[in-house]
Design a protein around this ligand. Structure first.
Ligand code: FAD
Ligand code: SF4
Length: 588
């Protein structure tokens, strides 16, 4: 009997599997495959394994698949991809996504000027379709299908189970250990446990050391009537739009903003390089508010603002951390756990690559088993990622070849001086037509250096030289609508934290070094903490001991949204909360 059977799991349990320890205690269960995490990577791996008849158990720590997950989020089906979400899950677009997105713009902003570029060409390139999604709805829909198909193999999907490590025998990985269940052995372990993969770390395949390897994403889901969306964005009921923002609206922090239309809401957020965020001691929620209250957004929000949810998560930068060899023994990493999230200029693609990798991991295991040696699955998976072109998208050779020069300080200083000079302005005017083409060029986007020059200076200068004044509503329009002035008033941090749902368990993060030097960066970088704010996770104070003054940091994980930021920027022992505990996103 399998764990899933032993746990008495039937169809109704998929959303709320009450795993009874007594049912499974005392024996180490075995499955052909265990998949950890039911995001797009895990769902794709599990579906592809089950379709090939592999006995598969999926373990998800959330109360429901998607309850821990955040993305912008546009999910792509690339023409060149070996696996797509609708290929593995027929009916996905009709039942699990929000709106097709067929318009794609980039707004370069400088003060009250904007230069808008049409990025349809880069958006459409290699794109079969692209939909906006909300993760709770999407992932829980996928999980129901995964549960149905994996049950037919003798497995199933269990929620509220946190895998806390790898089971080893004579140094070899042979399974997983969990907070809520006895250890489980498997011939294949797929770690699809996301950006803060404890399994990748346990296997020595992921470092959490360098803020330069990560982005931090923060997002608000904003309520808006479908007819109002159609009207204000000029889209039909079966259409949608994506708007990206860069320039001087984020206090010089490297990164940008996004706005995507959902069925009856908007997803508005920011994605910043974590090293830039910490270096400038910027507060993520304030940068998000800077976007929400910007006059450019007034054309769509028009003074209406009802925030459904505030959320945040780290995102790996595949250019730097996509693991070229994402496996160790029976363990295969897919999706964010393998660093497979592509962010190059205006291109943000993670979910589609997680799906492709999940499908390839399953295919590799089945191929290896058919050849009589399942232990070769990892090598085959690595080869398939390369031969199917996935690795080249994640870690473009162009970026690696040009990085040393393009990210050199002297080159960036020279570039900034040139573009900010009258000569640079004349050049931009002379080649105005080329600007849009450059932003639509996959060749150039694959080389975008991670510098302030490319993320802040160039867009700002484009707006200054080529832009026109932002046309917001007038004071009179706002006053006629009963507002003091045009613009919206997002909730403050305390209200945002108060509106989230938590089932607080034991503290899951331990502060190892409380000195401000070691852990102070978390006070501002944590998306639910802020300088001089008493209600968040991280606080700092100056204490006097033995006549000496010391600045120290303290941590309270109660309002933690499990974004992972402090694992990278502070000295912590970082773990996810136990199954079913911690924050629960309703939108994601
Ligand atoms: C603000 C923001 C905007 C983004 N925008 C986009 C976008 O527009 N398009 C796009 O394609 N991508 C976008 N991304 C990235 C995208 O969300 C990820 O690349 C994608 O979710 C990765 O999928 P995954 O399956 O690897 O991991 P995840 O979706 O993170 O899923 C991991 C799953 O594993 C579970 N889990 C974790 N640890 C354990 C454990 N120990 N035991 C059991 N279960 C566990 C989690 O609960 C979760 O369900 C964005 C991300 C952010 C934060
Ligand atoms: S305590 Fe750490 S993991 Fe939790 S929200 Fe803050 S930075 Fe993110």
């Amino acid at each position: 009997m399998t764990d899933a059977d032993a746990a008495g799991l039937d169809d109704a349990d998929v959303d709320d599997a009450d795993v009874d320890d007594a049912d499974v205690a005392g024996s180490t269960e075995h499955y052909e495959a265990v998949v950890v995490g039911a995001g797009p990577g895990g769902a794709a791996a599990a579906a592809a394994l089950a379709q090939q008849g592999v006995e598969t158990l999926v373990l998800e720590r959330g109360v429901d698949a998607g309850s821990k997950n955040v993305s912008g989020g546009l999910i792509y089906a690339e023409e060149s991809a070996p696996y797509t979400i609708d290929g593995l899950f027929p009916g996905f677009r009709e039942e699990a996504s929000e709106r097709p997105v067929d318009e794609y713009f980039m707004h370069n902003v400088a003060g009250d000027r904007v230069k808008t570029l049409d990025l349809d060409r880069v958006h459409d390139r290699d794109t079969d379709w692209c939909d906006a999604v909300l993760r709770r709805r999407m992932d829980s829909w996928l999980a129901e299908r995964v549960h149905e198909t994996t049950r037919e193999t003798g497995g199933g999907l269990l929620t509220e189970v946190r895998v806390n490590g790898l089971l080893r025998e004579d140094g070899e990985i042979v399974g997983v250990t969990c907070d809520e269940l006895d250890p489980i052995r498997a011939d294949l372990i797929v770690a699809a446990d996301g950006v803060n993969s404890e399994l990748a770390r346990d296997a020595g395949l992921m470092d959490w050391d360098d803020p330069g390897d990560w982005f931090q994403g923060v997002k608000a889901v904003v309520d808006l009537d479908p007819d109002v969306i159609n009207d204000r964005f000029g889209v039909g009921p079966d259409g949608g739009a994506a708007h990206l923002f860069s320039g001087d609206l984020f206090d010089g922090v490297r990164g940008g903003g996004f706005l995507y239309t959902n069925e009856d809401s908007l997803s508005i957020g920011t994605v910043f390089h974590l090293d830039s965020l910490t270096a400038r001691q910027a507060e993520p929620h304030e940068l998000l508010d800077g976007l929400l209250t910007h006059p450019l957004l007034d054309q769509w929000l028009q003074g209406e603002y009802e925030e459904r949810e505030y959320s945040a998560k780290l995102v790996p930068d595949s250019k730097k951390v996509a693991h070229p060899s994402p496996h160790s023994g029976r363990l295969l990493l897919v999706g964010d756990a393998a660093g497979q999230m592509q962010a190059q200029g205006p291109i943000i693609k993670g979910m589609n690559h997680a799906v492709a990798a999940g499908g390839l991991a399953a295919e590799a295991f089945v191929d290896a088993r058919t050849r009589g040696d399942a232990s070769k699955a990892g090598d085959l998976y690595e080869r398939k990622l390369r031969e199917e072109g996935v690795m080249e998208k994640l870690r473009p050779r162009r970026y690696r070849a040009t990085r040393a020069v393009a990210e050199h300080d002297a080159v960036n200083r020279l570039g900034s001086a040139l573009i900010e000079s009258p000569l640079g302005a004349a050049g931009l005017r002379a080649f105005e037509g080329l600007t849009e083409r450059a932003f639509n060029s996959p060749l150039l986007l694959g080389m975008v250096p991670d510098t302030k020059f490319s993320y802040v200076t160039v867009p700002t200068r484009i707006a200054e030289v080529l832009g026109k004044p932002i046309e917001g509503r007038s004071e009179a329009d706002a006053s006629a609508a009963g507002e003091d002035e045009p613009g919206v008033h997002p909730p403050d941090l305390a209200d945002r934290i108060g509106d989230l749902t938590y089932d607080v368990g034991d503290p899951h993060i331990e502060l190892l070094d409380e000195s401000y030097e070691a852990s102070g960066a978390a006070v501002t970088a944590c998306p639910v903490s802020a300088e001089d704010f008493g209600g968040g996770c991280y606080r700092d104070e100056t204490v006097r001991t033995n006549g000496e003054e010391k600045r120290v940091v303290s941590l309270d994980t109660q309002p933690c949204v499990e974004c992972g930021t402090c694992a990278v920027v502070a000295e912590t022992e970082w773990e996810h909360p136990s199954g079913g505990k911690g924050v629960e996103y309703k939108e994601g």
